[in-house]
Design a protein around this ligand. Structure first.
Ligand SMILES: Nc1ncnc2c1ncn2[C@@H]1O[C@H](COP(=O)(O)OP(=O)(O)O)[C@@H](O)[C@H]1O
Ligand SMILES: [Mg+2]
Length: 605
């Protein structure tokens, strides 16, 4: 949004990277829920921390017969007949059960709240990224491939999701538990507790040292996934042709190689991060043994009672789980960091230029003129267009003929702003597109391509692309496109699903569906790029005859390599070697045909 003011803003957008701060800012949008979740977590911790203390406090008073503070309280609550050791112990076990059930319930509730927050954060990131896709330059899609791009949306966001989901909810509870345990330990015997607590940072430091080595591995694992997903998508898209050419096996074998690569990298990350986390945990467990020894020695040399020693044992045990969770979080953190870096690569993809919508030449006009002025374009080193100039008056119909591979379709892409020419301008009624904006241009200029993109959806959806149109208009468009008998014969008529890429239709039917789609969009300017190449001569003739009334008031560019398709144009141009070499009015088409036949050995007029 912030670019909208600048005229032609740069094509890269390194400024808009995701940082963790932004991600947590997204989480903070759920403040009330986060507060509630935190409170629930605190209550859960308060319920669970006293549990390890319950039975050990009875050891001194019940087993060793030493006076203490607990039995007097219990005796005041219990009837005289029940005041015996088995009942004391039973009461404590019952209390432990109740506290554990309560802690469990609160923990379930807090984790539900936290997952709502983390899933929503991931959803917001995902939808923002989808918004970005809208502006990514076509050339980037072509070089990166849809599978690789979709891997960011699936694998990488999932990694971040796992990190947020586990971390936000568990980190708090784990830290609170460690903190609560620390307080109880300090209360029981502060010297011993200090020894234990000072050891904790030491373990964490050691694990960070170990953990550093696995950081890079997660990134490699996800890259391997990206390659796999890219190839898988491509192979599946072409599966029909691969099978027909009997090359399916070869491509599947290639995929297996990619899958093997995923396996190898995943193994590396998995076992090393697991080994690292086990090593740090073992270190901590050994610490626990050492502290138990220290606690026993403390009993020998100070006033620590046996019961309290057991309590310390219990708390050491109790601390193990949260400490392990905190230690493991760093691996989730490394993984999420790598995923975020990869997601930011998505944001670094080049964007289409964004032109401001300063003027709208289409407003209140049925059609407009289209001018191409000295357009030069190359995809890489090879020049495809070498100075195209063409002027279409409002309502004029111009045919462009030329050999396949000459650059005619490239010119269409340039008119639509899919590619930016290295030199030259596209103008609508004399106004350069830089002042009109690409969305406005595309809203009013409709193209029909030789191989139209169709969706595995109904005829209706393929016609309207989500616009609201009454059925009569759909049928009228189908009638002009010579497709109404076909659709009428379909089992569900307009609601028939046409299969992936429209596989249930013939090539010619797909083209006619695309023409009907173009008619429904009520464009000002129409570009037909070999739009009827798959039709038989008879149908093509009828179609052009019926299209005539529709195209009459609309500027039209008809591209073909068959002259028969351009008979109805006012004027024809020959496209050759990246330039327009010959122009002639309809009457001169005969002469043009001679030239054409010379060039391509075809005589079809
Ligand atoms: N997306 C692309 N990236 C790189 N080169 C392309 C791309 N599209 C077309 N080309 C090349 O540009 C030339 C012109 O192609 P095209 O415009 O499709 O020709 P036509 O429509 O006249 O058959 C061809 O040599 C083709 O290989
Ligand atoms: Mg073409």
């Amino acid at each position: 949004m912030e670019h909208q003011k600048n005229s032609v803003t740069g094509t890269s957008s390194s400024r808009q990277r995701y940082t963790w701060r932004e991600i947590f800012a997204l989480a903070l949008k759920h403040k009330p829920r986060l507060v509630r979740a935190n409170l629930l977590a605190i209550v859960a911790t308060i319920m669970s921390v006293p549990v390890p203390l319950l039975l050990p406090v009875l050891v001194d008073e019940v087993l060793l017969d030493e006076p203490g503070p607990v039995l007097p309280v219990m005796n005041s609550l219990l009837p005289a007949g029940w005041q015996m050791p088995a009942v004391y112990i039973g009461v404590m076990v019952l209390a432990a059960l109740l506290l554990r059930v309560a802690a469990l319930s609160f923990n379930v509730l807090q984790s539900r709240e936290f997952s709502k927050v983390s899933k929503d954060v991931v959803f917001r990131v995902r939808s923002r990224l989808l918004g970005r896709l809208q502006r990514v330059a076509m050339s980037e899609y072509e070089t990166r491939g849809s599978g690789a791009i979709s891997s960011h949306f699936i694998t990488d966001l999932d990694t971040i999701d796992q990190f947020l989901g586990s971390t936000i909810s568990r980190f708090l509870v784990a830290s609170l538990t460690v903190f609560g345990t620390a307080i109880v330990l300090l209360w029981v015997h502060w010297q011993l507790a200090l020894l234990i607590l000072l050891f904790n940072p030491l373990v964490i430091f050691a694990t960070i040292l170990i953990g550093k080595r696995v950081k890079e591995l997660k990134r490699r694992e996800n890259s391997a996934y990206e390659e796999f997903q890219g190839d898988l998508t491509e192979t599946l898209d072409a599966i029909h042709q691969l099978r027909a050419a009997n090359r399916e096996k070869h491509y599947l074998r290639q995929l297996i190689d990619r899958a093997r690569n995923v396996r190898d990298h995943a193994i590396q990350f998995e076992w090393r991060s697991d080994a690292a986390s086990r090593a740090s945990f073992a270190l901590f467990q050994f610490g626990v043994d050492a502290f138990r020894g220290a606690a026993m020695i403390t009993v020998l040399f100070s006033d620590l009672s046996i019961g309290m020693m057991f309590a310390i044992f219990g708390y050491l045990w109790f601390m193990l789980t949260p400490v392990q969770e905190i230690l493991n979080m760093q691996y989730a953190w490394f993984a999420a960091n790598a995923a975020l870096a990869r997601i930011n690569r998505l944001l670094e993809l080049k964007e289409e230029p964004r032109y401001p919508a300063l003027e709208n030449p289409f407003r209140d006009r049925h059609t407009v003129g289209l001018t191409l002025r000295n357009i030069h374009f190359s995809y890489g080193d090879e020049q495809v267009l070498r100075g195209i100039s063409l002027d279409l008056a409002p309502g004029e119909k111009v045919a462009l003929v030329g050999a396949s591979g000459g650059g005619k379709s490239t010119l269409v892409q340039i008119i639509l702003g899919m590619y930016t020419p290295q030199q030259g301008d596209v103008l609508i009624d004399g106004i350069p597109v830089q002042r009109i904006g690409l969305p406005c241009l595309r809203e009013h200029v409709a193209t029909v391509l030789q191989h139209p993109a169709l969706f595995n959806d109904t005829v209706r959806q393929n016609l309207t692309l989500g616009r609201d149109k009454p059925d009569v208009e759909l049928w009228e468009a189908l009638r002009i496109a010579q497709l109404h008998p076909t659709v009428e014969a379909m089992p569900d008529k307009l609601d028939t699903v046409i299969g992936r890429q429209g596989v249930r239709l013939s090539g010619g039917q797909r083209q006619r569906l695309a023409i009907a789609r173009m008619i429904l969009s009520e464009p000002s300017v129409v570009i037909l790029d070999e739009a009827t190449s798959a039709l038989d001569a008879e149908t093509e003739f009828q179609l052009h005859r019926d299209l005539e009334a529709f195209l009459k008031q609309r500027t039209t560019l008809i591209i073909a390599h068959r002259l028969s398709a351009v008979k109805r144009a006012d004027r024809a141009c020959v496209f050759e070697d990246g330039r327009i070499i010959e122009e002639g009015h309809h009457d001169e088409l005969i002469a043009l045909e001679g030239l054409y036949a010379q060039l391509y050995g075809e005589r079809q007029l």
